[in-house]
Design a binder for this molecule. Structure first.
Ligand SMILES: C[S@@+](CC[C@H](N)C(=O)[O-])C[C@H]1O[C@@H](n2cnc3c(N)ncnc32)[C@H](O)[C@@H]1O
Length: 298
């Protein structure tokens, strides 16, 4: 697959996961494969990488016999590992990576509404799932429910005004259907409230909130982290990259819980999350909000 996605904090991830020849790793969010391919180079010739992605388009046939691609939700990690280990004779997992959110390839694709100028407002990672699409949610939820999603998952300061306008458009027979409909509705509200345009697109938080709701992203993260710890061999590490405060809070709290008391299952290796270097942010502005947390299984 041709990718425009630049792996975030690659050097830092490799330093913490420290892949060695013959070890096996799981990349729960394969995306453009940047992290996976760098790990594969270090575990060759016998080590394997299991690359998981919920988006069918990014996990087509692998041309590398040590890269096993799986199209599934990472919250099914245990079943995936069982299935793949049996088939490929993998008897230990030496590290796991989660690089959350959206890839630049998805953002640039026009057909699922991830980009602001795209078509149908779908926002599902798995376009073949029976989860409702984002525009279907906007058609069926109440104004209060929409407002709550925008606050809880996007910390959107104009959540009330935006939810009101979405429901008004629906009542006037002009429901939001496309990403550009929604981006324009939000931009118009921002233009009315603020004279100076912000650096980021004003609809960034709204799109993030809807994507999290549509894909139950917080449910997925809550579900996968304890399973990832169960899956690791003793002394192996789990690295998680998040892109906004809501995600980072969930990861931080689960790690704290799993590291507590006499029954602690992990050791936290990053008391404070690692952030990208200034040079990386200049080269890849998408990395600016990234935070990396790493734990080691006891
Ligand atoms: C930030 S990208 C990963 C980029 C990758 N590390 C790279 O360097 O190219 C996140 C990926 O996670 C996938 N994803 C999101 N939620 C998922 C889930 N619940 N299960 C599996 N994959 C998921 C997305 O489809 C996307 O391709």
């Amino acid at each position: 697959m041709i990718t425009i996605h630049e792996p975030v904090m690659l050097k830092e991830v490799l330093r913490f996961l420290d892949p060695r020849p013959s070890q096996n790793f799981i990349d729960c969010t394969f995306g453009g494969g940047g992290h996976s391919l760098a790990i594969l180079e270090l575990v060759k010739p016998d080590g394997k990488v299991i690359g998981i992605d919920w988006d069918r388009r990014v996990v087509q046939d692998s041309h590398n016999s040590n890269l096993i691609l799986v199209n599934d939700n990472y919250r099914n990690l245990k079943d995936i590992v069982k299935r793949v280990s049996e088939r490929h004779g993998i008897d230990r997992i030496d590290g796991i990576l989660l690089d959350l959110g959206l890839s630049s390839d998805q953002l640039a694709s026009d057909d699922r509404g991830f980009g602001f100028s795209g078509g149908e407002l779908d926002l599902r990672f798995d376009a073949s799932s029976d989860l409702p699409k984002a525009y279907e949610l906007l058609e069926s939820l109440s104004e209060k429910e929409i407002k709550d999603i925008l606050i809880e998952y996007g910390e959107e300061p104009l959540a009330g005004a935006i939810a009101k306008k979405i429901v008004e458009s629906r009542k006037n027979g002009q429901p939001i259907r496309t990403a550009s409909d929604l981006a324009e509705l939000v931009s118009a509200i921002y233009r009315r409230r603020f004279a100076k345009p912000s650096k980021r697109h004003p609809a960034t938080r709204v799109f993030q909130a809807l994507r999290i709701a549509v894909n139950d992203e917080y449910g997925n993260i809550n579900s996968v982290l304890p399973k990832a710890i169960d899956t690791l061999s003793a002394g192996a590490r789990l690295a998680v990259i998040t892109f906004h405060s809501g995600e980072d809070r969930i990861v931080k709290n689960i790690f704290k819980e799993l590291a507590k008391g006499d029954t602690a299952r992990i050791k936290i290796l990053t008391k404070k999350p690692i952030e990208p270097s200034e040079a990386e942010v200049v080269k890849n502005p998408r990395s600016r909000s990234a935070k990396l947390r790493v734990v080691e299984k006891i």
